[in-house]
Structure formats: structure tokens, C-alpha cells
Design a protein around this ligand. Structure first.
Ligand SMILES: CCCCCCCCCCCCC[C@H](O)CC(=O)SCCNC(=O)CCNC(=O)[C@H](O)C(C)(C)COP(=O)(O)OP(=O)(O)OC[C@H]1O[C@@H](n2cnc3c(N)ncnc32)[C@H](O)[C@@H]1OP(=O)(O)O
Length: 260
């Protein structure tokens, strides 16, 4: 089964996360397939809008921690290379798309999954969806551009508390904070997101590109945030807190943080 699928019809590219059996956790196969999909979209002049969606109960629960635990034990010095090889080019690739990008979110949208959703221009969430960063729960700080996209959306004060406290918020709270554009019923969110994406695919594409360029130019650099996050991830991956927290998650027990 393909970890992600891409279809393009009538100018709308639909990129689907397809690991529902693993809550769309980002393993190497899914990260690679998403990167390939975004690059194919960027190279396809027929695409006028993008919908990013996911199969199953959860949009994306972030990095696959089983794969991460393996990497930490077998290739510890390279475990965080995936940030530079996959996460950063994926987020910057989505953000660099000149056409409008809609994300349809249901269930858990966590960690790099949240980064993926916030790289889109319009997020439509099912009312039962939830949003969390999860990084500090496993001894990490942030990545996937969230130290810029979250600050842009909800401000530095809320972002700091959101990440430090590892809060999980509802779709209604996310909309109230200005984190997402729209909430729809669980039954209607997928159709609502697709209808918005199809409307954008039939709209003034050049004007939409200008809107995205003008708004991006008014903000601090996403690339700089991604690079700072990448540099910060390496030392954290080497901490006993990070490794112990990943093992604890997989063993379904609470981590014991020692501060080292
Ligand atoms: C050469 C190749 C090398 C490859 C290198 C790989 C190393 C990668 C380096 C990492 C880089 C940094 C990573 C980056 O920061 C991005 C991140 O995303 S960090 C954050 C990662 N995500 C999490 O920590 C979330 C963990 N999950 C949760 O907090 C909760 O599961 C939830 C998402 C809030 C949902 O909670 P619930 O609804 O209660 O559901 P469950 O907890 O019972 O989960 C259901 C089921 O799914 C499994 N699962 C959930 N999340 C993950 C996950 N991230 N990875 C793997 N599996 C996950 C969970 O275990 C349950 O499984 P089951 O018990 O039902 O089998």
C-alpha cells in the first residue's frame, strides 16, 4: 500500500497521507512519498490548488516513534538527519507552492503533523479534531517550522506555553486562537475542505500567488526558523531525557525526566 497518494484532476492536486493503520505516523516511506508528491505538484503547471488530506481517524501523529527509537539505537548520530532530509524540505516545499493549499484535518494533528497542516494556507478541521505539539513530551523542542507558523498564528506568548506545557487543544479552541480557518462537523469536514479547494482551483491563480507572496514577505523567514530548529534538534536527540521519553512512550509508561 502506498504511504501517500497524489491525484490531479481539474487543476486540483489531492495529496493523501495513507498510513491510517499507524495514525499516519511519519515513517521514512511516508515522509519520502510526501516529499515526492510536493515536488511533483510544484513541477505540474496544471495544478491551481492543493488539498492535503489523510485516510483514517487521525490526520497525522508526527514522527513514527517506533522508527525513531530504532534510529536512535542503530544510527544515533544520524537519527536527526531526517529533519534536514525530510521535514525541512517538506515544510518549505509546501510553503513555497504558489497555488493555494488547503489541509483537511481530522482526529489527532500532532508534532510534525501540526507543522504539515500549518504549512497549508487554509486549515479546515473536523469538530472532534485535536491539535498538539508533543515535542517536549519526548524531550524535543520544536521543528517543522512551528516556531514560526505557530508564532505567526497565535503569538509568541501562546506558542511558548503551548509547546512548554504540551497542551492538546480542540478544533474550536484552535479556531478561537486563530490557528485554523474553519471548523466543520465530523461528517461534513472532508466535503467542506474539498469544496474550498475546488473553489480555489477555479479562481484567479495569479492573484492567489500574489496574496501568498505578499503575506510571506511580511513575515520572518520560515527557512531561518527551520534551520534554527534543525540545529537545536541534534543535541536534544542525544539527551537521556529524549531517549528515555521515546522508550517510555513505546512502553506505554510515563517518562522520568532527569533534566539531562
Ligand atoms: C535512515 C532512516 C532514519 C530514520 C530516522 C527516524 C528518526 C526521526 C528523528 C526525529 C526527528 C524529530 C521528530 C520531529 O520532532 C517530529 C515530531 O513529530 S515529534 C512528535 C512525535 N509525535 C508524538 O510524540 C505523538 C505521540 N502520540 C501521542 O501523544 C498520542 O498517541 C496522540 C497522538 C495524542 C493520540 O493519543 P490517543 O488518541 O490516546 O491514541 P494512542 O496514544 O492510544 O495512540 C493510538 C495508537 O497510535 C500509536 N501512535 C500514536 N502516536 C504515534 C507516533 N508518533 N509514533 C508511533 N505510534 C504512534 C500509539 O502507540 C497507539 O498504537 P497502539 O497501542 O494502538 O498499537
Amino acid at each position: 500500500m502506498e504511504s501517500a497518494t497524489l491525484t490531479v484532476t481539474d487543476g486540483l492536486a489531492v495529496l493523501t497521507l495513507n498510513r491510517p493503520q499507524a495514525a499516519n505516523a511519519l515513517d521514512l516511506s511516508l515522509k519520502t512519498a510526501l516529499l515526492d508528491g510536493v515536488r511533483a505538484i510544484a513541477a505540474d503547471d496544471s495544478v491551481r490548488a492543493v488539498l492535503i488530506r489523510a485516510e483514517g481517524r487521525n490526520f497525522c501523529v508526527g514522527q513514527d516513534l517506533g522508527e525513531h527509537a530504532d534510529a536512535l539505537s542503530t544510527t544515533p548520530d544520524r537519527a536527526m538527519d531526517t529533519v534536514a532530509e525530510h521535514y525541512n524540505p517538506l515544510i518549505s516545499g509546501i510553503a513555497a507552492l504558489e497555488v493555494p493549499v488547503v489541509a483537511a484535518v481530522q482526529g489527532a494533528c500532532v508534532g510534525a503533523g501540526l507543522g504539515l497542516a500549518l504549512a497549508a494556507d487554509v486549515v479546515v478541521a473536523a469538530e472532534s479534531a485535536s491539535f498538539a505539539t508533543a515535542f517536549t513530551a519526548i524531550g524535543l523542542a520544536s521543528d517543522s517550522g512551528l516556531t514560526r507558523t505557530l508564532v505567526d498564528a497565535i503569538g509568541a506568548v501562546r506558542t511558548r506555553a503551548f509547546i512548554l506545557l504540551g497542551t492538546k487543544i480542540s478544533a474550536a479552541q484552535a479556531q478561537d486562537w486563530g490557528l485554523i480557518a474553519q471548523v466543520a462537523s465530523d461528517d461534513e469536514h472532508a466535503a467542506t475542505a474539498e469544496a474550498i479547494a475546488r473553489r480555489l482551483a477555479g479562481g484567479p491563480t495569479a492573484a492567489f500567488a500574489a496574496v501568498k507572496e505578499l503575506v510571506a514577505a511580511s513575515l520572518p523567514s520560515l527557512e531561518d526558523a527551520l534551520e534554527r530548529e534543525r540545529v537545536a534538534a541534534g543535541p536534544l536527540a542525544a539527551t537521556a531525557d529524549h531517549r528515555g521519553a521515546v522508550e517510555a512512550f513505546l512502553a506505554k509508561r510515563r517518562p522520568d525526566f532527569t533534566g539531562r
